[in-house]
Design a protein. Structure first.
Length: 361
């Protein structure tokens, strides 16, 4: 089935006598950016009919589009085109785009095959695959590939640090971070958030104090970086020091929904229900819209202190006032709140009318 093109594309193919590959590629890329993958492929097909040879950027745009719409079959067909046309077998830019597509779509085996067949690789080739293994939770393969990487940059190191943290291996994350520092590799807020998360998982004050000093020395204190500040709040709360968490929160010059949500969760975790509610109302008053995580924290605070009426009001406000549909975690908080307060019949009714399946076990 032929796909109609818009007026601009028709102008190009019907009135431009000899469209060049750069013009065609610009059209393809424009369609890809709009998510119009079928139109992109149609333009590519017209290119071939007019004997216009594609360039590296043509295939890069098409591979990226396949990743966006999760179409590996189309991606494989375009991969085949790079082989049929010839001249792209050793094109590193095209091959890296191909690895990126396969990794994004979860076909790590295909991405690894492309990687292994490369006569030469750059940092992008290595990092794309390492990140793919990390996202898949295969830290063993990520570690093996990382060890073979000739020159390790911040992106590769950060992928390993955050990967271990995200896959519940905090000690390995800290070990890699220390190696990173010893190698003199620059760090950024992404690296630090990964390390802070690892410290939070360990839940020990000595790790919290250790990373706090490093953060300060590197110039990423809560007063300067809201992302790192929010992570520190979460870490201090999980390490048992809600006071230090609140200190970090108070000194932040800029606060967002994540910093407020982290502090609210910290107060809830330690039984400071009124402080959690006060902070919730403060953020709403100054125009920061709460998210789903915020409401989990507030409802947890209400549950722990059996604040039934406040919990009901906040639960109802989620959809009515903020346009957020309650999820299973929010319903669970409300059922727990009602149960703790002795409202067993209401708790049972809420559980039975829950629009989502409750967690089993």
């Amino acid at each position: 089935m032929e796909i109609p093109m818009d007026s601009y594309a028709k102008l190009v193919f019907n009135q431009v006598e000899n469209p060049n590959p750069f013009l065609c590629t610009a059209l393809i890329r424009g369609y890809c950016l709009q998510g119009l993958v079928k139109e992109s492929v149609f333009v590519y097909s017209e290119m071939r009919k007019k004997s216009v040879l594609p360039i590296s950027f043509t295939f890069s745009a098409l591979f990226k589009a396949c990743g966006v719409v999760n179409d590996v079959d189309l991606g494989r067909q375009i991969h085949g085109q790079t082989i049929l046309i010839g001249g792209f077998g050793f094109d590193l830019f095209v091959k890296n785009s191909l690895i990126e597509m396969y990794v994004k779509l979860g076909f790590l085996g295909c991405g690894r095959k492309v990687f292994d067949e490369l006569p030469e690789r750059d940092l992008i080739s290595w990092t794309e695959l390492i990140v793919g293994y990390v996202k898949a939770g295969d830290m063993e393969s990520a570690g093996e590939l990382f060890s073979e990487l000739p020159k390790k940059d911040m992106v590769a190191w950060t992928a390993m640090v955050t990967g271990y943290a995200q896959n519940a291996k905090p000690r390995e994350a800290l070990e890699f971070f220390e190696r990173m520092l010893n190698e003199g590799v620059e760090t950024d807020e992404v690296t630090l958030v990964g390390v802070i998360s690892a410290c939070a998982q360990l839940g020990a004050a000595k790790y919290a104090n250790w990373i706090r000093d490093i953060v300060e020395n590197l110039g990423f204190s809560p007063t300067r970086c809201v992302v790192v500040g929010s992570a520190l709040i979460d870490m201090y709360s999980k390490c048992g020091s809600v006071e230090d968490a609140y200190k970090a929160f108070k000194v932040m010059e800029e606060k967002n929904v994540f910093s407020y949500s982290s502090m609210i969760a910290g107060f809830a975790m330690h039984g400071y229900a009124y402080a959690a509610l006060e902070l919730f109302h403060e953020m709403v008053k100054i125009g920061i819209k709460p998210n789903k995580v915020t409401f989990i924290g507030v409802l947890t605070a209400c549950s722990h202190s059996r604040m039934v009426e406040q919990g009901r009001q906040i639960f109802e406000s989620m959809e009515e006032k903020f346009g957020i549909s309650p999820g299973v975690d929010h319903y669970s908080c409300m059922v727990d709140l009602l149960g703790r307060a002795g409202c067993l019949e209401e708790a049972l009714n809420l559980a039975e009318t829950m629009p989502l399946e409750p967690n089993g076990g």
